[in-house]
Write a protein that binds this ligand. Structure first.
Ligand code: MIG
Length: 628
């Protein structure tokens, strides 16, 4: 493995890289430099596969679309989108006999035109031409990935219980609702390890508070849940409500830990609680302060958290809102034509997550005042870093679950991520499959999607198929939005098929956990494209709906409606396991090549690679019953 580092301009240190790679003077010969156009280019041959860029839309092989690293709160992940919640500026070009990895270390907005404008070129464009460029070359894509991961630090290790099923909903708003949920799973024999608490557990959406009304006896409630081996995972939002008498707000203000505008006054933005200030997570002292707040919940027995809205999501800022109200007045009684109508409509339509708002506040980054828009992509990273670093001090002997919505490379050292607000669409099940390798590459091993989809209504069939895939992702969580059809495993009539499929997860925990630990400790892939292991096989190279899981397994999920099975390509002889439960399955040896496999909706297809074996344990009701 060959590794090099080049520099252009004067980049802001993102702290994503933890190893000091010596700088090579001059330009990297693999790339073209356009200083006037602020861009780099990399030539591609027709055969080259391009992977990475973290969690994005548009397939596993990224050729043919434009991706923008610009962390975005976007709940509609359609094909036209260029940015989702995270910014992972790492990609890998897999040639026939060698691979190259590129990591662009810069906190600003970066555009990756991956053979979209020109079919034989990747063009990387910058707003500021200041970055560190890391290049990794190896015969094998695995070598490139481990080279990259070796400089960004070891990935977050989740507690064992976090490999069990997590049931979530926006929201289980009362103690009673959670208790009823847990009882219903017990009664149905559905395994369970954790329940997420969404925003309604809080008092007026204030971080580090608990609603007395809805959770009157929180500490005992946590104990009662613990007695059943159920862990509660409350959500923490980035914005801190502006409210007299609210300690977090008053203390943050007193200490000067909130982001400020040009005039030195705190930015007033709005999210769930109405007006909020944003903690300056780029300021080390503010990080320590905010991170220590998690103690409030840890002291009550909580040992898991999810950090949300940390792109940060902004409904509006007070300043901009006032401007909009003023401007709207000017449209009154006018004859709105094609131009003025859309101007008028967009006044309100573009008020949330507005770039001008992001440019209106500043951070104190290691003593330097920096505009947010220059370091936007580091915000979620540093929120979760605040939590991760302080939780280690608060509870050094405890394993705490932590995952975030927004991230940047580097955050993988502190927590995992979920892939955000997907929808209950078949295309999003496929997207989930396609997103997994990018996550492994950038070190986000503990990750997964909202199983069944967050937005929209889910059918029983979609939830069965999605679960049959999600049982293999490290984060295995069923989550759905307020107002959508209930999506718990008990909400679709007879739940036997769900119970059996989830039972398979528990029966495979030793393999899943072991593959996870290996991916973390050996800087390798948890889930990989087939081309990684079969670089010379042209069929394998172009498959995007099958995945390797660890060393021994291959997955070929069913992701279409009303399907009775699917076509699968095997790059080598494999053993097909068709599982109805952990104890009821068919074992069918198959030859290398193409096959059609029958997979009923209550079945999970699984392939064991040539010369590998698989031990299937027993289904269990909780991770505490599994020896792993
Ligand atoms: O704008 O807390 O992605 O998982 O349920 C919605 C409510 C805010 C977004 C998260 C989602 C969560 C929801 N949150």
């Amino acid at each position: 493995m060959k590794m090099e580092r080049y520099r252009v301009g004067n980049p802001i240190n993102t702290e994503s890289v933890v190893v000091d790679v010596p700088l090579t003077e001059g330009e990297c010969g693999l790339l073209g430099y356009d200083y006037a156009g602020k861009s780099l280019s990399l030539e591609l041959s027709g055969e080259d596969l391009v992977y990475g860029l973290g969690v994005t839309t548009h397939g596993m092989n990224k050729r043919g679309w434009v991706f923008v690293s610009d962390c975005a709160d976007d709940p509609v992940h359609t094909e036209g989108k260029r940015s989702l919640y995270s910014a992972h500026n790492f990609f890998l070009v897999q040639k026939k006999e060698s691979s190259v990895g590129v990591y662009i270390d810069t906190p600003g907005k970066v555009t990756f035109d991956v053979a979209f404008s020109e079919s034989d070129e990747i063009k990387i464009s910058f707003e500021d031409f200041d970055f560190d460029l890391y290049i990794f070359e190896s015969a094998s894509p695995y070598g490139v990935v481990s080279g990259f991961r070796s400089i960004i630090g070891e990935s977050y290790m989740a507690p064992k219980w976090a490999f069990g099923l997590c049931q979530s909903r926006w929201s289980y708003a009362t103690e009673k609702e959670v208790e009823e949920l847990v009882e219903s799973y017990e009664k149905a024999g559905i395994p369970l390890d954790s329940v997420c608490l969404d925003i309604d557990y809080m008092d007026e959406y204030m971080d580090f508070t608990i609603s007395d009304e809805r959770f009157p006896d929180f500490e005992n409630f946590v104990k009662r849940m613990k007695a059943k081996n159920i862990h509660l995972v409350p959500i923490i939002d980035a914005g801190v409500k502006i409210k007299e008498g609210y300690e977090v707000y008053e203390e943050g203000l007193r200490k000067g830990f909130f982001c400020k505008k040009e005039d030195g006054k705190e930015l007033v933005a709005a999210v769930w609680p109405g007006r909020v200030h944003f903690p300056d997570f780029l300021n080390k002292d503010a990080r320590e302060w905010f991170g220590q707040k998690y103690r409030f919940l840890i002291d009550k027995g909580v040992d898991g958290f999810w950090n949300d809205m940390n792109e940060p999501a902004i409904f509006y800022t007070e300043d901009h809102l006032n401007e909009v109200f003023e401007k709207i007045e000017t449209y009154k009684n006018r004859n709105l034509d094609i131009n003025s109508f859309f101007e008028f409509k967009n006044l309100v339509g573009t008020i949330d997550n507005n770039p001008a708002d992001y440019a209106s506040f500043y951070h104190d980054y290691n003593g330097q005042r920096i505009n947010h828009s220059k370091v936007h992509n580091l915000y979620g990273f540093n929120m979760t870093r605040a939590a991760g670093e302080e939780i280690k001090k608060i509870a050094p002997d405890k394993d705490i679950l932590l995952f975030s919505r927004s991230s940047f490379i580097g955050m993988h050292r502190y927590g995992g991520i979920w892939t955000g607000d997907n929808c209950s669409w078949w295309s999003h099940l496929l997207m989930n499959i396609e997103q997994m390798p990018g996550l492994s590459m950038s070190g986000f091993i503990y990750s997964g999607a909202d199983t069944g989809g967050f937005g929209c209504d889910c059918s029983k069939e979609l939830l069965l198929r999605w679960t049959a895939f999600s049982i293999f992702t490290p984060l295995f969580r069923n989550h759905s939005a307020a107002g959508t059809r209930r999506q718990e495993y008990t909400a679709f009539g007879d739940s036997t098929d769900f119970k059996n499929i989830i039972g398979i997860r528990y029966a495979l925990l030793p393999y899943i956990y072991n593959s996870f630990v290996r991916a973390v400790k050996e800087n390798t892939m948890y889930m990989a494209p087939l081309s990684f292991a079969f670089p010379g096989d042209d069929r394998a190279r172009n498959i995007e709906d099958e995945l390797l899981l660890g060393d021994s397994l291959m997955l070929a999920p069913v992701y279409t409606q009303n399907a009775k099975g699917r076509f699968v390509y095997l790059p080598e002889d494999m053993t097909f396991y068709r599982l109805r439960s952990a104890s009821d399955y068919d074992v069918i040896p198959l030859k290398k090549g193409d096959h059609y496999i029958d997979v009923a909706i209550n079945e999970v297809p699984l392939f064991v690679r040539k010369d590998k074996s698989l031990e299937i344990g027993n289904a269990a009701m909780n991770t505490s019953e599994v020896n792993f």
